[in-house]
Design a protein around this ligand. Sequence first.
Ligand SMILES: Nc1nc2c(ncn2[C@@H]2O[C@H](COP(=O)(O)OP(=O)(O)OP(=O)(O)O)[C@@H](O)[C@H]2O)c(=O)[nH]1
Length: 220
Amino acid sequence: MTDDPPRRRRDYRIVVLGAGGVGKSCLTAQFVQNVWIESYDPTIEDSYRKQVQVDGRQCILEILDTAGAEQFTNMRELYIKSGHGFLLVFSITSLSSLYELSRLREQIIRIKEDETIPLVIVGNKSDLERERVVSRSEAFSISHSWGNTPYYETSARRRANVDEVFIDLCRQIIRKRKIEGWGNDDEIDYEPDPGPDHYHSRRRRGRRRLARRESRCTIL
Ligand SMILES: Nc1nc2c(ncn2[C@@H]2O[C@H](COP(=O)(O)OP(=O)(O)OP(=O)(O)O)[C@@H](O)[C@H]2O)c(=O)[nH]1
């Protein structure tokens, strides 16, 4: 019996940021599992993994939702520090959630000490057009002022543009690493695929998993 040749993948750590209630968990659940979760229980830590192909490269996504406001800031700094790319999510029904993104971006740049970190701006809840308070032009003007950061409008409820935002971010990360000469440094042998994309809900264990694993998508 011959061993299979080792397969290779590249691991990218993606962090999903945004104000409370903008739909970060719903977006991620849709991307990972193709499910719509109407109401999310914040007391449960949910961990998601997804292996996807982006232009022939493997990418794994994992999400950790944490409860506890005090830990939140520290955990967020930790996640930002370790992130390779960031989804900045607001709701088109909340102007304040859009303004929150500037603060988050400044925090990312400060912590990462990098102004070219891969970002995607996500205007979620596009199905609530009648409740829209953030115009597309307002969101685009922020995108332009940030050096044309990609802007997408999504609906987690209708699963509109959900894959696109994650894939765009992965592409940016791949491009940046190429430009910066990371080459194949982060390629590692990996275990055979455990099966279909999976989802698990855990209490407390998620944080340890986050520290251990190389590839993550974290929701804050
Ligand atoms: N209509 C509509 N509602 C959405 C959409 N995405 C999320 N929601 C609703 O918005 C609420 C908040 O969604 P979550 O995914 O829990 O938001 P979150 O950003 O993870 O919130 P926090 O855990 O507080 O940070 C829920 O009631 C969802 O059902 C969407 O695309 N359209």
